[in-house]
Ligand binder design. Structure first.
Ligand code: TRP
Ligand code: SF4
Length: 330
């Protein structure tokens, strides 16, 4: 059976939050479980070095905690190939070759590059590696001849560049070695962080997949709600309340309806509403939390999953590189 290949990667930023779970990671799991695709998902650890090159001490630890979250949330090594970029050295070789054919102007005009450089202004990102980030990403993608790349909007310029690089390679060497991949735009999570801004690790406003018990309750208790609702006797507006958005994902429909009606007539207070939410999140997340505990106590299983994925990915990568070398006559 040959099914279409999907490929995507995440930089190892450590543990993932609920925004990731209901965004990118959830999308990966759905694609995997649809059974329609041959999914390759990898930890983009070399990509982490492009911005973290001066403080690399957390990367290794972050790889395993991210892999634990992936497995606990439902990525399944029996269905998907889960691997680590730096273990498949072919990525470096293809990156080098693609760098020869990529015009500098394509990289300099990349909007994601300009944005990230401005956003991470505390770091010196005037490096060759950071500018070349999308070339490495292109190598990741076309190495596996991916048909589709599930990504968020922020990554669209990178996928577009990948398409241009793939076409340029095929054109220059007169062979359709690489299919031109399609971006598969993932739905974005509507969940905001506890301070009402976008949920993001760097804002320190995240609820993590692995948060449990008191930590979880406290975070939920401190969430921003409808800012107009100062006192319990004020009517609230659930439509603009992040707590209600969470209820939308974690509570049954009847509960949502009840809260909505009660909030609008000030029959429920935010404290109680949040307690109900914390209880629901705890309940819904329990199986995931149990699996996180399990994997934390069985690091050898994580290691085995990664090793098996690396072997599978390497096999495909070697085949591709044989074709690449033949095409460029080296
Ligand atoms: N740049 C992606 C991000 O920051 C991570 C990534 C690296 C990636 N290589 C990839 C995503 C290949 C999709 C395909 O999220
Ligand atoms: Fe939000 Fe719930 Fe408070 Fe209404 S009662 S404002 S939905 S937290």
């Amino acid at each position: 059976m040959v099914s279409k290949r999907i490929l995507s990667g995440m930089r190892p930023t450590g543990k993932l939050h609920l925004g990731n779970l209901h965004g990118a990671l959830g999308n990966w799991i759905e694609l995997q479980n649809s059974g329609a695709y041959d999914c390759f998902y990898f930890v983009a650890d070399w990509h982490a070095f492009t911005s973290e090159y001066s403080s690399t001490q957390d990367i290794l630890e972050n790889i395993s905690s991210m892999m634990i979250d992936w497995l606990a949330a439902g990525l399944d090594p029996a269905k998907s190939t889960l691997f680590v970029q730096s273990a498949v050295k072919e990525h470096a070789e293809l990156f080098l070759l693609l760098s020869m054919i990529t015009p500098l102007a394509w990289l300099e005009r990349n909007p994601t590059y300009k944005e990230m450089k401005a956003e991470l202004s505390s770091k010196d990102l005037s490096t060759f590696g950071f500018l070349g980030y999308p070339v490495l990403q292109a190598a990741d993608i076309i190495m596996y001849k991916a048909y589709g790349v599930p990504v968020g909007v922020d990554q669209l310029p990178h996928v577009e560049l990948t398409r241009e690089i793939a076409r340029r390679f095929n054109f220059l060497y007169g062979k359709e070695v690489f299919p031109v991949p399609e971006p598969l735009l993932a739905g974005v999570s509507k969940l905001l962080g506890i301070d009402g801004r976008k949920m993001s690790k760097s804002y320190e406003n995240s609820i993590y997949i692995s948060d449990t018990g008191k930590d979880l309750q406290q975070k939920i208790a401190s969430m921003f709600t409808d800012p107009q609702r100062m006192k319990k006797s004020d009517a609230g507006n659930p439509e603009i309340c992040n707590v209600f958005t969470f209820h939308g994902l974690y509570s049954p429909a009847e509960t949502q309806k009840q809260i909505e009606a009660d909030c609008r007539k000030a029959a429920i207070g935010c404290t109680d509403c949040k307690k109900m939410l914390a209880a629901k999140v705890t309940e819904v997340m329990r199986p995931i939390h149990d699996r996180i505990d399990y994997y934390k106590n069985h690091p050898e299983e994580i290691k085995a999953v990664i090793e098996e994925g690396n072997i599978k990915a390497t096999k495909v990568a070697r085949q591709t590189m044989d074709e690449v070398r033949a095409a460029i006559k080296i």
